[in-house]
Design a protein around this ligand. Structure first.
Ligand code: MN
Length: 291
């Protein structure tokens, strides 16, 4: 049976950075593990060789998308106009990377810095974020690119922690190319369950991250995958599902520390990625009941 969903894998399973060598390794390994898409972190868009990446993706017949979280010195979720402007600039340059590698999706914590804020957000900071994202979404629409806002747990943003908050946020952005990007790792911390939030944001659901409660090997933690995949089947979600996992075995200098990846949850990334793909495919088939 043909897979209903495009299955992707996060580049951090393979490589911490994006040198020419790392780019080739990550794309080749993704393909060999059976994935059709790789998600490339673009926290520092200037580090990505766009032409080279596009060529390697083409060589392997793999789709590429980008994701990021902003930083506190370049954050659209800030009252400080200059910091918000820097955040918007970074989003715009990352959008160029997505366009350059032939991607049609740009997601993650686009609306905020990735990290623990010392206070709740404010009306002004939220308004700055809405304005910047409205401009980003308009430009993305011209390029045929969809944006995804990923609710993350309270230690990683103070602005959008739940699917319901993402839905409210999206309603304030005029363009129609902004979607909810759900991640079960964050849902497990912030939502009331794994089923109802999917139903509630079904009309805007555009991308999915699958990860374990400790961000290691699937099936060895506390996530209720049966409930989550049942919800995806109930809303007939046929979009991208990307496996996301982090271990101190593969380190990205900025992302790993921000995500508090202190422990080694795996060392054999090939086995990890193949097992994860099989785990996800099994859950999709089971949830759809072969129908
Ligand atoms: Mn995620």
């Amino acid at each position: 049976m043909a897979m209903r969903n495009t299955l992707g894998v996060h580049a951090l399973v393979w490589a911490g950075g994006w040198s020419r060598e790392e780019c080739r390794t990550a794309i080749r390994e993704s393909k060999e593990a059976g994935y059709d898409l790789i998600e490339i972190p673009a926290l520092d868009p200037g580090l990505i060789d766009v032409r080279d990446t596009e060529a390697v993706l083409k060589d392997y017949g793999l789709q590429g998308v980008c994701s990021l979280g902003l930083s506190f010195d370049a954050d659209i979720n800030s009252e400080d106009t200059e910091i918000a402007r820097k955040g918007e600039e970074r989003l715009m340059s990352a959008l160029k990377v997505v366009e350059g590698i032939g991607g049609t999706y740009f997601g993650g914590v686009l609306y905020s810095a990735l990290g623990k804020y010392p206070q709740p957000t404010s009306e002004k900071a939220r308004a700055n974020a809405i304005e910047a994202l409205s401009r980003l979404a308009a430009r993305a629409k011209d390029l045929g690119i969809t944006l995804g806002l990923e609710p993350v747990n309270r230690y990683e943003s103070n602005l959008v922690n739940t699917a319901a908050q993402a839905m409210e946020f999206i309603q304030e952005i005029p363009s129609d190319n902004v979607r909810v990007h759900l991640d079960v790792y964050h849902m497990n911390i912030e939502e009331c369950g794994m089923y109802q939030p999917v139903i509630d944001c079904a009309s805007k659901l555009g991308y999915v991250h699958i990860g374990e409660s400790h961000r290691g090997e699937l099936g060895t933690g506390n996530i209720d995958f049966d409930a989550f995949f049942a919800a995806l089947a109930a809303v007939k979600y046929e979009g991208v599902i990307t496996f996301e996992s982090f271990s101190s075995a593969i380190i990205n200098p900025s992302l790993s520390n921000t995500l508090a990846i202190w422990r080694n949850t795996w060392t054999d990334n090939r086995k990890l990625a193949r097992d994860a793909r099989a785990f996800i495919a099994h859950h999709i088939e089971k949830a759809w009941g072969g129908g």
